[in-house]
Write a protein that binds this ligand. Structure first.
Ligand SMILES: *[C@@H]1O[C@H](CO)[C@@H](O)[C@H](O)[C@H]1NC(C)=O
Ligand SMILES: *[C@@H]1O[C@H](CO)[C@@H](O)[C@H](O)[C@H]1NC(C)=O
Length: 586
């Protein structure tokens, strides 16, 4: 009967509709975003990336419940530019946030360089879509432009509703008494000259006063002067950094100057939990930018001595537990299915940091090179994990090239927004890849800059599946045969510190991921064709780069007393508004 048939089709349609309905509503309501970014963590430091002796069960679990990206690439091998690219979805050369005249990162909170006010972060875009946006942890994108409290580069001027954390980055000087390998040389030089000057002053005054030797007051004065120089030496080396850079802020207010690093971990966790609790009923973006696992590897008692890899391993395992606590908070708030969680590192592990003979930087697995080395994989290939139950598959591995810059378009579009049209965005939406709607990444070429210089280019040749990588320049390692620049602690990008390769060094990462056997122009039949295709892409890419103000120029980078964030009346800057609450240590 036609009537029965009609009803049958109606029922079938309704069933089909009901079946697809939950998915459509899940996508229609705005998801939350929790972005977890580690500092200086190597891809080889994580269990699910092949490390069988370090314990990272919480990060591994994210991968089990989501997608693990194995070719996730940072836009720069060092903090400030990599984070600028992450926040803006653009290569750091576009925002002027990269190496210039010797400086590759922001050195002083009292400098004037930083993420330019006309750059639009994903936080700005999501805020416009009704998101409540927060960053907890490290910023390292500058502070002021012209006056002490103009906060032109501050997170709240870049789309974040809430900020708690370090406007700068963790450094050895933040932890009194920690060995600072990088400064040891400078320190001994300063100390030497201080002694010479002190001796000269003493001798001069002694000669002048040779016949007044019985006056004791002067002798006291020499000692006082000597003491002052002694103090200044210490201050310039250690105290200066400690007081001016190691501070914590809540929004625009400085809460600790200098900060007490021993309790920062528990404060960051507490803040992340409170943020989730406060905003559980509105769409939110939470960017937790860990101070872990950057030196001086501040680790609480609970994790000290817990790992099989010394203080570095302890610190990694502590960070993993923080990841677990944040994921638990999301699940406990009932937000599991409506929250995209992302985990990555800003760049590769730092090979050159050592404490005596013990390596205290990260491990980049089979990949060559590390922090500071843009061309080599170890500096830029980082862990990348995305979990969003019900929307993207679980326990899935994606080997396609992806970039940290991809988070930008991904979250903006999921939040219902559109990408800015007045500028080039280098990131690509990750969702088609994550949802298995496509098997190929949109990144045909990725450009690996070291500061302003293009050191290498990656070409994902889609038809063949090859991942070609051509190196035009690479750092000169020291000592010979080592991987790393142990003479200068972090490899430089230009001048005599790099070797130029003409013809370029070529690797196919799909068969030689550790970049150990360069393909030879005379024996590799495709060499010429590959290099000329890459050259064409470089020429196209260069056309899109325009000259912008250099944020890390000498004049922007130097310490300017009038820009120094100060809790109190400059130069008397110190405060502790958190009290001595150490009860909530994890
Ligand atoms: C695991 O990580 C530690 C710490 O970085 C490292 O020393 C070790 O070599 C890694 N092990 C493997 C198998 O990658
Ligand atoms: C931001 O301003 C600088 C300096 O005026 C300019 O060169 C740059 O192109 C601007 N960037 C954007 C994205 O508008």
């Amino acid at each position: 009967m036609p009537w029965v048939g009609g009803r049958f089709w109606w029922i079938l349609l309704i069933i089909l509709y009901l079946k697809t309905c939950p998915c459509t509503t899940a996508v229609a309501s705005k998801p939350n975003f929790v972005l977890l970014l580690a500092d200086d963590l190597g891809i080889g430091d994580i269990g699910c990336y092949g490390n069988d002796t370090i314990r990272t069960p919480n990060i591994d679990n994210l991968a089990k419940e989501g997608v693990k990206l194995t070719q996730h690439i940072a836009a720069a091998p060092i903090c400030t530019p990599s984070r600028a690219a992450f926040l803006t979805g653009r290569y750091p050369v576009r925002s002027g946030m990269d190496f210039c005249g010797g400086y590759r990162a922001i050195f002083w909170l009292g400098g004037s360089g930083g993420l330019p006010p006309n750059e639009t972060t994903f936080a700005t875009m999501l805020q416009r879509q009704g998101y409540y946006t927060g960053i907890i942890g490290k910023w390292h994108q500058g502070m002021n432009c012209k006056s002490r409290n103009d906060h032109c580069h501050h997170p709240l001027s870049h789309g974040f509703n809430y900020f708690y954390g370090m406007p700068y980055t963790l450094i050895s000087e933040c932890q009194p008494g920690s060995p600072s390998a990088t400064d040891a040389h400078l320190q001994s030089q300063l100390w030497f000259y201080t002694q010479v000057i002190a001796l000269a002053v003493i001798t001069l005054i002694a000669v002048k006063c040779i016949d007044l030797i019985e006056i004791n007051g002067k002798v006291i004065m020499y000692f006082a002067l000597f003491g002052l120089l002694f103090f200044l030496t210490w201050y310039l080396n250690y105290g200066f950094m400690h007081y001016w850079n190691c501070i914590l802020m809540r929004n625009h207010e400085i809460t600790e100057q200098p900060m007490n690093v021993q309790r920062t971990t528990s404060q960051i966790l507490k803040e992340a939990n409170l943020f989730i609790e406060r905003n559980r009923n509105v769409p939110f973006l939470l960017f937790v930018s860990f101070l872990h696992v950057h030196t001086p590897l501040v680790t609480t008692k609970k994790f000290t001595g817990s790992s099989r890899h010394g203080i570095y391993g302890d610190n990694v395992e502590e960070m993993d537990s923080m990841v677990g606590a944040i994921v638990d908070a999301i699940n406990a708030a009932g937000l599991k299915d409506n929250t995209l969680i992302y985990f990555a590192s800003d760049h590769g592990g730092h090979l050159e940091v050592k404490n005596g003979n013990i390596q205290t930087g990260g491990w980049n697995g089979i990949y060559k090179g590390g922090k500071g080395m843009a061309g080599w994989e170890g500096g830029i290939r980082v862990p990348g994990i995305v979990r969003w139950p019900g929307v993207i598959p679980s326990n899935t591995v994606i080997d396609e090239p992806t970039s940290l810059m991809d988070i930008y378009p991904t979250v903006i579009q999921l939040g219902g927004g559109e990408l800015p049209k007045d500028r080039i965005i280098d990131g690509r939406d990750l969702m088609p890849l994550l949802k298995n709607q496509t098997s190929q990444s949109e990144h045909e070429f990725l450009f690996h800059y070291c500061g302003m210089d293009l050191h290498a280019v990656r070409w994902h040749q889609k038809e063949s599946g090859a991942i070609w990588k051509a190196h035009y320049m690479s750092p000169v390692f020291y000592p010979e045969g080592a991987v790393g620049c142990y003479n200068i602690q972090i490899c430089a990008c230009e001048g005599e510190h790099v070797a130029r390769h003409d013809p370029p060094l070529l690797f196919d990462l799909s068969v030689d991921a550790s970049e150990s056997n360069p393909l030879q122009p005379y024996s590799e039949p495709q060499y010429k064709a590959v290099i000329s295709r890459i050259e064409l892409a470089v020429a196209e890419h260069r056309k899109t780069i325009s000259t912008v103000p250099q944020q890390l120029s000498l004049s922007n980078i130097v310490w300017k007393p009038w820009l120094q964030p100060c809790c109190g009346t400059f130069p008397f800057c110190w405060c502790d508004k958190e009290g001595n609450d150490e009860t909530s240590i994890i």
